[in-house]
Write a protein that binds this ligand. Structure first.
Ligand SMILES: Cc1ncc(COP(=O)(O)O)c(C=O)c1O
Length: 390
């Protein structure tokens, strides 16, 4: 036994259970094409739903801000990193979200793991959807308070927990959910969540990471313009950049500036990133047509897969899980798709429940009908191969 034994043992364990994760090197070629292992592939795994990561305006604005403010922000915003460009972008986010104010944070993961502890004390109860993202799960654990999970999107169960627990000596109840679930592509019922939070006086937090850019008013997410106490959105997905924000009241923002350690003790985002966020926020409200076309393509694609007999769960968005169930078959299918020019990542336990292994497809406004037809044809072929035992 030495101090590295645990590393070897845990890696061995992962390998033996076929759960070993590896980084794969890819080179982006266009908005929806990548090169990996010397082969060009159509990418169905990226969260760049609008193709903005390669939009010229984001690049130009990034360069402009880098030239003006430098390559790094040099310190936390509470020290000397609070350049006026942050405040300008926060004002734009607040206006677009119809909220009093907003606050930029360094990433969605960092936001979730630092917001929840900031908003909790030891007597807080957090009610969290069963399928919430790992960053929310970690945020709950770091909060060191009482945590209960409600059945996925089950508003009756949430109400039962709110009713049972409100008089049990808790200091406050936080309810947290996603607007569009990252592994399933289904949506939460924001109106009912708002209504329940009003009725039971709980503090509602919605992670709109996969809704921003695609759904809601001006494409600003499902929680845009709704009475959600705090909306968290990310800039690394449909916005094509990096970082995150919360949209909330002025008081809540001031509270976070005082208590959110992810903001207080971390160097602010680089100015170039703020520049590209600024450009993305200029473009997103003008992209209604792209959003409509993308959601229509997703509907057609889902129907085509369902017709062949694939299970796409409860997806109603640009995220489409193809739930295979068996881990080995999911891995084989993903490998076979790769051999046929399609990059589509598998998600297995522990990211999704055991027996729910899937290929998670994310559609982009840049995918053409040809790309989609090619993929449907491949899924069909795979099914037929299976039937013939090949
Ligand atoms: C629902 C959800 N929240 C938060 C995050 C983390 O966001 P970021 O990639 O900006 O760290 C993700 C990322 O996958 C996500 O899916």
């Amino acid at each position: 036994m030495n101090r590295y034994t645990f590393i070897e043992a845990e890696l061995e364990n992962r390998l033996s259970r076929n759960l070993y994760r590896r980084l794969k090197t890819v080179r982006p070629v266009s908005g929806v094409e990548i090169e990996a292992d010397g082969r060009m592939m159509v990418n169905f795994s990226s969260n760049d739903y609008l193709g903005l990561s390669r939009h010229p305006l984001l690049g130009e604005r990034a360069v402009e801000y880098q030239r003006k403010y430098g390559s790094g922000s040099t310190a936390s915003r509470l020290v000397c990193g609070n350049y006026d460009c942050f405040e300008k972008v926060e004002k734009r986010i607040a206006e677009l979200m119809e909220r009093e104010d907003s606050l930029i944070l360094n990433s969605g993961f960092q936001a979730n793991i630092s917001l929840l502890p900031a908003l909790s004390d030891r007597d807080t109860l957090i009610l969290s959807d069963w399928l919430n993202h790992n960053s929310i799960v970690q945020g709950c654990l770091l909060s060191r308070c009482h945590i209960k999970r409600f059945r996925h999107n089950d508003m009756n169960h949430l109400e039962e927990l709110l009713r049972e627990n409100r008089d049990k000596g808790v200091s406050r109840i936080l309810v947290i959910t996603e607007s569009v679930f990252s592994m399933d592509g289904d949506r939460s019922d924001i109106d009912t969540l708002v209504e329940l939070s009003e009725r039971y006086d709980s503090f509602l937090i919605v992670d709109d990471a996969h809704g921003v850019g695609i759904l809601g008013k001006r494409g600003m997410g499902l929680a845009c313009g709704k009475d959600v106490d705090l909306v968290m959105g990310t800039m690394g997905k449909a916005c094509g950049s990096f970082g995150a924000y919360v949209a909330c009241s002025k008081d809540t923002k001031d509270y976070l500036i005082n208590f959110c350690y992810g903001l207080i003790y971390s160097t602010a985002l680089p100015p170039a990133v703020i520049g590209s966020i600024d450009a993305a926020l200029e473009l997103i409200p003008t992209m209604d047509k792209e959003r409509r076309d993308l959601l229509r393509k997703a509907d057609m694609f889902r129907s085509a897969l369902n017709e062949i007999g694939y299970d796409t769960g409860k997806s109603t968005t640009q995220i489409i899980p193809v739930i295979i169930g068996d881990e080995n078959e999911t891995l084989d299918l993903s490998k076979w798709l790769e051999d046929n020019g399609i990059f589509a990542t598998t998600f297995r336990y522990p990211t999704v429940a055991s027996g729910q292994s899937r290929i998670r497809l994310s559609l982009s406004a840049l995918h053409t009908s040809q790309h989609l037809e090619q993929l449907v044809a491949l899924f069909k072929k795979w099914r037929e191969r299976g039937k013939h035992g090949k």
